[in-house]
Design a protein around this ligand. Structure first.
Ligand code: GLC
Ligand code: GLC
Length: 643
């Protein structure tokens, strides 16, 4: 009933607006106009209901709605024919990002290749490695000194002049696409830098722009909000509000003091940010990583994270993007409780791609404990998602590792969440007796006792200490750990994402301590500058770099040759050995993955293969011989029928 009413309203609104919108489309061919209205019609119920939820109480709601639709349309008019062709291609293949052909990588433009021209020069390298999805870290104009690695954006349209120009970015997107690589960048839409034009106008006293942010004349409201808010950077940026003496206002700053949270209660902010989003779509970006999705809506008396309106906001943006640039996908960055992470998929109507922080932390948990009980239990319970969506599986990213497993899941296994996090922190900072890891605590919070971990994959896997001890056995074991966790992200279902440099086992880089703009933030130690001379060693299988690189590249090639590793069907298989993790991928053919998370040989029940229907005539694709019932330390097998 309610739906019918809404549908009617949507139709009515559209009928009323069409004559007003048509003149804007005059420059397009009749078929392009028809396509636009068809897509608009499909999305109207969502656009209307979501915008009504957010802004329906505004007296001039229909004016804003019209302005929003006009904004959307203007980007459709401006969209290139190359991208419009991509739109149609993606509409015909809505699950393209779930394919086994997809392999992602991420890097900072300056640290990896100097600038955008340097990235273009590295295309042959991406092809060699087998990358089809490239996430470039924030590359827009941002404050010169500390910009939180570019996450404080001063212009969403102007590439940081140190890195290149916006036309260059568009050319790069096309050049990558020509090689089958989708360009991904961040959409940092929760906040701007304090040097963004809107912030500068707000600082100059313009009330219109002060209303683009959350501003308070005194501490009354901040004091009411604050007790409910999580401290994101308790070390370097305590509190969630920053005083601006020029205008005598407190500004909401969830992250650093120079990152001002946008006020999405203001429909003008929505419209302007929609414009920025569609501008990026028209530059040729194929996936936008929605940064800090959890924080975009605030409500007194709540944690101001994961509120329903934060979802509605994305639904509205996604539906509008579907009209203008349906090739564009959204990826969410929600580093929150697993129940909340999954909600940002919005049943395929919000971010169809999401980081999978739970898998990431449980891989580290399994390495530390040598037990796969938490990993198995949580994946069995939570891995399955909406069929139109995909996890981004990663072992680490540019941020810290926060132990975001669910206390309930741990409790179901008799593990105490808080204590276990203390153990993991001790383990990964090398304080736990016998630990192989070299990490540092990130933002220790003395009140909650909480901390997260910084470190590169190799240093956390024991390569740093092994190299220091110059012990060939330890080195070999560390390499096996690195390949083991990567073998899981390559095969589990979803889109694997590598942090470039991990493919040659790059260690922590402590030189950030000498840079005053970085010294307070030890995440920089796992964001090393690429040493291209060292990269050359990847061709030499006698070096550690070469062993890791060649092992990883082989996994990538194998993945791409196995349709069973595409799609989202994963069945977790209990094993009788607490150190061995197993799952079955099935899509046409079957692949059984078995992985030993301990440095001891482990044996699995001989009936395991028979149980999954893979008893006769099978091969382990990794060793290229018949699978064995006993797995060597950290060994993994990808078992399938011989062809
Ligand atoms: C994101 C980024 C992180 C940044 C924060 C603020 O979560 O991954 O690096 O500090 O947002 O933009
Ligand atoms: C928190 C936030 C996440 C951010 C990270 C930065 O985990 O939830 O959005 O990237 O902190 O360290």
């Amino acid at each position: 009933m309610a739906k019918d009413w809404l549908h009617q309203q949507a139709e009515l609104t559209l009928t009323r607006l069409i004559p007003r919108l048509t003149p804007y489309l005059a420059s397009l061919s009749p078929s392009e106009q028809v396509l636009f209205f068809e897509r608009l019609q499909t999305q109207t119920p969502i656009i209307l209901s979501s915008l009504m939820t957010l802004y329906g109480s505004q007296y001039d709601f229909f004016y804003h709605l019209e302005q929003i639709l006009i904004t959307a349309m203007s980007y459709y008019v401006a969209r290139s024919s190359e991208l419009k062709a991509l739109d149609q291609q993606r509409e015909a293949d809505r699950h393209w990002f779930q394919s086994e052909q997809m392999v992602g990588a991420m890097c900072y433009v300056d640290l990896f290749a100097g600038d955008l021209a340097g990235i273009a020069d590295k295309i042959p390298y991406f092809e060699e490695l087998g990358i089809t999805y490239l996430h470039l870290m924030p590359l827009f104009r941002s404050p010169e000194a500390n910009s939180d690695g570019g996450y404080a954006i001063s212009s969403y349209r102007e590439v940081d002049p140190r890195l290149g120009t916006t036309p260059q970015l568009a050319d790069l997107a096309s050049a990558l696409r020509a090689k089958g690589i989708s360009l991904v960048i961040d959409f940092v839409y929760n906040h701007t830098s304090d040097e963004h034009e809107w912030a500068l106008k707000a600082l100059a006293g313009d009330e219109n722009y002060q209303d683009y942010y959350y501003m308070f004349p005194d501490r009354t409201l901040p004091d009411q909000y604050e007790p409910y808010l999580r401290e994101i950077f308790p070390d370097q940026a305590p509190g969630s509000f920053t005083y601006m003496p020029q205008i005598e206002r407190w500004v909401w700053t969830t992250f650093n003091s120079f990152q001002w949270d946008l006020n999405y209660r203001n429909p003008n902010v929505f419209r302007e940010m929609l414009g920025e989003l569609l501008f990026l779509a028209n530059v040729g970006i194929e996936v936008l990583r929605f940064d800090a999705v959890a924080f975009t809506w605030k409500e007194l008396g709540t944690s101001c994270e994961n509120l329903p309106q934060a979802h509605t906001l994305i639904q509205a943006m996604y539906a509008l993007a579907q009209v203008v640039a349906p090739a564009l996908e959204f990826k969410s960055e929600a580093i929150v409780h697993p129940d909340e992470v999954v909600r940002y998929f919005g049943a395929g109507k919000e971010c169809r791609i999401s980081y999978h922080p739970l898998l990431m932390v449980l891989l580290w948990d399994a390495l530390a404990t040598r037990k796969v009980n938490m990993l198995y239990h949580a994946m069995e319970k939570r891995f399955t998602i909406h069929p139109d969506c995909a996890w981004v599986n990663y072992v680490r990213c540019h941020d810290d590792i926060g132990w975001g497993f669910a206390d309930e899941d741990a409790g179901e296994l008799g593990i105490h969440g808080y204590d276990h996090r203390q153990f993991l922190n001790a383990f990964y900072t090398g304080r736990f007796e016998g630990s192989f890891a070299r990490g540092l605590p990130f933002n220790y919070n003395p009140v909650s006792g909480d901390a997260r971990i910084s470190g590169t994959a190799a240093s956390l896997c024991g390569l740093e200490s092994a190299l220091e001890h110059d012990d060939p056995n330890e080195i070999a074991v560390a390499v096996r750990r690195i390949l083991l966790i990567h073998s899981i992200i390559m095969s589990m279902g979803g889109l694997p994402l590598l942090y470039l440099n991990d493919e040659i086992g790059t260690l922590n880089d402590y030189s950030y301590e000498n840079d005053p703009a970085k010294a307070a933030d030890n995440r920089w130690m796992h964001r090393p500058t690429t040493d291209w001379e060292r990269m050359e060693k990847r061709h030499d299988a006698n070096t550690t770099e070469g062993r890791i690189y060649q092992g990883l590249r082989r996994l990538i090639q194998l993945r791409k040759s196995l349709p069973a590793l595409g799609g989202q069907h994963t069945r977790f298989i209990p094993t009788d050995n607490p150190h061995v993790f197993a799952y079955m991928r099935e899509h046409g053919q079957r692949v059984l993955v078995i992985a030993n998370f301990s440095e001891q040989p482990q044996t699995v029940d001989e009936r395991l293969l028979a149980i999954v229907g893979l008893s006769l005539n099978v091969v382990d694709l990794i060793s290229e011989v018949a699978p064995t019932q006993t797995l060597a330390p950290y060994q993994f097998q990808w078992i399938t029928k011989k062809i």
